[in-house]
Design a protein around this ligand. Structure first.
Ligand code: ADP
Ligand code: MG
Length: 543
């Protein structure tokens, strides 16, 4: 008998070859089907329920993909490209998944017919390079030096990004606000300098933009109401110190013999606290914020001296205040010079809906702002936040890169036509492959039509005809089941969104096509993963 050679652990599954590629493609298709219907202004939203019963309503590709909790190893790639699109440009997350899925779908027949993956991969790369090159060639530069026009183009990009979200009715209102918010920032436009707060109640239009830092009033003790709630150019002390009586005693073990000794400990504690408070008062600080609690004694002390205090300020708010108002977060009050204290033009406590907010405006250091979102349901405000995030990202991108293209499928149709034209000049298999990619790009206008309930075949024929005549910005008219010049209609998207989407989608396609074997080790995989065959992406949908 031949001795058996055991290479891999018992229970290891391996599948390989062409059928493996095909099954991976099928799994990706299942993922794409989940987000397909969310594309565009007439797209539907998804209600996702997590294990703990938390419900999320979203239209954002990246959010949905994240919540899907995909376990299929190949299909995870699609989740990753959606996430990276979200991080890189912020919008176009559904588009990127759809494109990758459609590229794969178009390549599937070639795999089935036995074309080698490497040939396909080379063609996909070439097609995406051609497409990106063409975007760069035809993108329209907006006039950056004319501030009014520049601003308008930013607003249009923001409006297009929000056009497909729940808040699309209020997009004119929000696009102005988002552009204002981004304009307040400095050149680097750090995203974390735009704080987003949510206050339930009120209408969506009550959402307001504060040019400065704002955060919810923190928990307070008796005496707080006697403190002044308004200052002009106050000095601000930012602390990481607990201003409470029990604080010192808790940090040490104390052994006592007599009552007098205990009294001494208590007295010492008061002295320590009062020393700290006196120092804060002497420094001239009017507003005292601390990450840790500020107790009732301290609150009363500050109230008697016309100072304002807030304890238990969330870390991110304290940091934002520090960045905006200057100064540093102190862990000791030993040296309270002006250099470690912050300042701002005006501080006040303001009532917003049912909440009270501490508002700092006119901050000298970093430029920062806070959006306070109003609205009915919690989920609704969360989706509003995500939509605003998309729009903010787009405006940030558009400020740096002023090239725009027309959305609504116009740019995809144009690229499709371009690739078809190019493919005719190439001989051999590559011709077929590049024209297959050209066909795949049509998925965006087709899906926009399908989601709006239009006759997609009819509209696509019209689009092809117009583009063949050289009208490159003709796209889907979402209002009137027709085609229209989307550049004129101001459906603008930064060209970067499309470049990134096509690049990422083609990379993902190549990656999935290049995997021809999956080996699953039973111990390392965490156990309940699916077999690499089948279409497991579907089975784990958390509905
Ligand atoms: P993504 O996550 O990819 O951004 P969206 O659901 O935001 O997905 O849909 C974006 C698509 O909708 C883009 O192709 C964009 O051009 C298109 N779109 C947005 N607004 C309009 C509009 N007013 N008319 C036609 N198409 C639009
Ligand atoms: Mg979008």
């Amino acid at each position: 008998m031949q001795p058996q050679i055991i290479l891999l652990k018992e229970g290891t599954e391996a599948s390989q070859g062409r059928s493996q590629i095909i099954s991976n493609i099928n799994a990706c298709q299942a993922i794409v089907d989940c987000v397909r219907t969310t594309l565009g202004p007439r797209g539907m939203d998804k209600l996702m329920v997590e294990a703990q019963g938390k419900a999320t309503i979203s239209n954002d590709g990246a959010t949905i993909m994240k919540l899907l909790d995909v376990v299929h190893p190949a299909a995870k790639t699609l989740v990753d490209i959606a996430k990276s699109q979200d991080a890189e440009v912020g919008d176009g997350t559904t588009s990127v998944v759809l494109l990758a899925g459609e590229f794969l779908k178009q390549m599937k027949p070639f795999i089935e017919e036995g074309v080698h993956s490497q040939i396909i991969i080379r063609s996909v790369r070439k097609a995406s390079q051609l497409a990106i090159q063409h975007i760069n060639d035809i993108a329209v530069k907006t006039k950056k030096d004319d501030p009014k026009e520049h601003r308008q183009s930013l607003e249009k990009c923001a409006a297009t990004a929000m056009g497909s979200k729940l808040i699309n009715q209020q997009r004119d209102f929000f696009s102005k606000m988002v552009v204002d918010a981004v304009m307040l920032l400095d050149d680097l436009m750090p995203l974390n300098m735009i704080g987003i707060k949510k206050v339930p109640g009120g209408a969506l239009e009550d959402t307001l933009l504060v040019a400065g830092v704002a955060f919810k009033k923190t928990f307070s003790y008796a005496g707080f109401e006697m403190q002044p709630k308004q200052y002009v150019s106050p000095k601000i002390a930012l602390l990481n110190i607990e201003l409470e009586l029990k604080a010192e005693r808790d940090n040490a073990e104390i052994r006592l013999e007599t009552v007098e000794e205990y009294q001494k400990v208590v007295d010492a504690e008061w002295t320590i606290l009062y020393e700290k408070l006196e120092k804060l008062h002497a420094s001239g600080a009017k507003v005292v914020l601390s990450k840790l609690p500020i107790g009732d004694v301290a609150t009363q002390f500050f109230a008697d001296r016309d100072m304002f205090c807030a304890g238990r300020v969330p870390d991110e708010d304290l940091k934002r205040t520090m960045k905006a108002c200057g100064g540093s977060i102190l862990t000791t009050v030993a040296d309270l010079s002006d250099s470690v204290l912050g300042t701002c033009e005006s501080f006040e406590e303001r009532q917003i809906g049912g909440e009270r907010f501490n508002v700092f405006t006119g901050c000298p250091q970093a430029k920062t702002c806070t959006l306070i979102i109003r609205g009915g349901a919690e989920q609704f405000m969360e989706e509003t936040e995500r939509s605003l995030h998309d729009a903010i990202m787009i405006v940030r991108r558009a400020m740096k890169n002023d090239a725009v293209v027309a959305g609504g499928g116009a740019i995809e149709m144009e690229l499709s036509k371009h690739l078809r034209d190019v493919s005719r000049t190439i001989a051999g298999k590559e011709q077929m492959l590049i024209s297959a990619i050209a066909k795949a790009l049509e998925v965006i206008p087709r899906q926009l039509c399908d989601n709006a309930g239009f006759d997609s075949t009819n509209i696509l024929n019209k689009l092809r005809q117009k583009h063949a005549q050289g009208q490159r910005w003709i796209g889907v008219d979402i209002m009137n089941e027709d085609v229209i010049d989307n550049m004129e209609k101001c459906v603008w998207e930064p060209s970067l969104v499309k470049i990134n989407a096509i690049g990422a989608a083609s990379e993902a396609t190549c990656l999935i096509l290049s995997v021809d074997e999956t080996i699953k080790n039973p111990k390392s995989g965490g156990g309940d993963g699916p077999a690499p065959g089948g279409m497991p992406g579907r089975g784990r949908r958390p509905f």
